[in-house]
Write a protein that binds this ligand. Sequence first.
Ligand code: EPU
Length: 340
Amino acid sequence: MKLPIRHDYPLRPHNTFGIDAKAHAYLQVTSADMLPHVRNSEALAGLPRLVLGGGSNILLTKDFSGLVLHMCSQGIDVVGEDDDSTYVRAAAGENWHRFVQWTLERGLGGLENLSLIPGSVGAAPIQNIGAYGVEVRDCFFELTAFDFESGEIIRLDKAICAFGYRDSIFKHALRERAVILDVTFALPKRWKPNLRYADVEREIAARGIASPTPRDVSDAVIAIRTRKLPDPSVVGNAGSFFKNPVVSSRQCDALSERYPQLVSYPQPDGSFKLAAGWLIDQCGWKGKSLGAAGVYERQALVLVNRGGASGQEIAQLAARIQADVKERFGVVLEPEPVFI
Ligand code: EPU
């Protein structure tokens, strides 16, 4: 098989920050059959690899000197059902939001709270995307991946994926090793709306809906996200730029004493998650800019490209914010996107 490799390929259309950077080598992966050839190619051996989905969780700080594998495979199918669930499999290259809409059009609930999250199906399990009280792991069944180490296709169930908050095995043991090919979801037959998140409950109530359908919840989430978060096709961004930091109950108590407005959420293990957006907002960064890199006016957790920003500029702004939050609150903010 002759692989259609492109060289010095511009990545600007393929990252939602809209950063101008090039890839030394670039391949559109439309089928899993291509990957063994990539693995066995002498010309490609030894090149660092970057697996790209929707490009919504990366910050390109320079040109990439390796091979970009752009996952473009398509296809969504119902692959089975039992008393509890309908099983739906989607190819890695499918757009996440379009996939969620596909399930809703067929009356399948479960993923509606994750509407409008940018990115691809194949990227969703890597950081266990989440919003409004739901994470991908809640409806995840299994996935297949190409293992660059063994050259084989492996099947991974939920337990092996070791999902955590914006975390999974793909950020640890299988990092730079497994390329996700498709993901199967188990969508519940006895669906109940998840309105635990106050914003969603308020939006549904404001629409006068007493018993919401999955479609209603999706519409509410889309409305909330559109109000709060910038559209990457208009303003370059990668969603939340930092994870919400997790601190001990002792540290949380000490902080709440000094800052009674502190926004915190108790975790099952006794620790507390703090709202990073609140911490950044308190440091006065909301709406501010450093060159062409900025902090979004309506949500301080989102860094934006105000036009022509380099990845370095965004990284410098992020570092300044981290330093201020550390100095004021003694809390370390960890970036959510991967720095390239
Ligand atoms: N807040 C401020 N100022 C701000 C931003 C937020 O005071 O500028 C306060 C809010 O008032 C609220 C709290 O911080 O009390 C939390 O804000 P929000 O509800 O907007 O959610 P978040 O914690 O900032 C997380 C996810 C989002 C997800 C939302 C909704 C992370 C890192 N981010 O944001 O995910 O959409 O909850 O579930 O966990 C993403 O990961 O890219 C993302 C957008």
